[in-house]
Design a protein around this ligand. Sequence first.
Ligand code: SAH
Ligand code: F3S
Length: 459
Amino acid sequence: MPKLKLITFGCQANELDSERIVGLLAREGYELIERDEEADLIILNTCAIREKAEQKAYSRLGTFQELKRRKKGLRIGLCGCVAQQEGQALLARFPYLDFVVGPAQLTSLPRLLRDETNRGLATARTPTFSYPVSAPVYRRSAVKAWVSIMEGCDRFCTFCVVPFTRGRERSRPLQEIVEEIRGLKQRGYREVTLLGQTVNSYGKKLRPPASFVELLETIDRVVEGEMRVRFTSPYPGDVTQELAEAMASLPSLCEHMHLPVQSGSDRTLRRMKRGYSRDDYLKKVELLRTKTPALALTTDIIVGFPGETERDFEETLSLIQEVGYDGAFIFKYSTRPHTPAAGLSDQVTEEIKGRRLEQALGLLNSLSLARNRAYLGRTVEVLVDHEDVKRDAVRVAGRTRENKIVHFSGEGPTDGDLVLVAITGASALHLQGELICANGAKSSGKKDLTTLRPLSMIS
Ligand code: SAH
Ligand code: F3S
């Protein structure tokens, strides 16, 4: 059996693409392995969102040059957003690279691999392709699954490379998504996360059109309370009254939303072409919290966007304070090819970006800590997944419906169990607690997660 080593960088969409790559190649006879030296095929599934992510992929690729020289027959491929962005140039720059495949071209992988005579390239001028339902997915977890409901993005925020690497927005037919989730439920999955770049813009371009809320309602009926449902990431402009009501009323929908804001300054938001103002965003937050008081909110923020003044930055700080986020990813602005912001002349220095990042993180941590301390003494429902405490039999980890990570002790619970935990400790990033009891509901289709078994876990 030929052996595949796969390295994934970047977001959940990439994690899911990696599960697709393994699924496709398992059908070609490949087995997934961990050790570089054993591999017959090494694939890097790359991320282009910030320069650092791209550099990381190149430096990892560089470490395989020597192995390639030593090991006859070893093939090395680069997939993902860097592949789409750079295309042919990668084959010229890295002579030991065998093929380059964009995210919308994954199904050409088997064909490229069968043809050993050529160095292959499969990228699209405009990525439009959606992954066919019939193609296999290898799922790493037997508890939580990602399901892509739409791909690409039409918004063209001025800093963002995604519309160029993942193409225009396209939604999967509603029934197809629902069938995939029905299948996951039958196989014992306990949680599904719906993925899309602007996930709540789902369905606008379908004929006939479907709405995101209609999709959520249909999924809620199908999972019958046996699975948690999450989605990421919604676009603030498309948070509607109906969505706020669905969040409050559908039992399967978890009380967490990751709602990227990017900046608290109207001037910066305009220059980013985000399509909403600070006040619009705050009104959406208020709408959501009025309907769902327990809602946990997280966000993405960029500091040091070109032209960001001290005053703009202070407005971001005051927005973080005003919302009181449960958590956030804060990034230093990074110049990306093709994007309009790359051409702006008033770039902010690295030093200022670094200072702003530290300052924003400091504020965020104090707010997240306060939000988490409010859980002290409460009892929460935790879906056990051990994700954060691998190789430790006694310490258990899982997530609350609000997506808070909880650590607790106990030999009993296994992955996929829903348990009740009394919260006894809180930090900015985690909660700690004591197991009170198993909550009854048991996952029927649990599998052994300690080893990777590609073939047995393909859907
Ligand atoms: N709509 C997508 C956004 C994907 S990019 C989603 O929500 O999934 C994820 C985050 O990366 C963005 O929200 C933004 O905060 C950050 N990001 C994107 N381009 C960036 C850039 N050029 N520099 C720094 N951060 C960036
Ligand atoms: Fe990027 Fe803006 Fe779309 S951040 S993914 S262009 S909504």
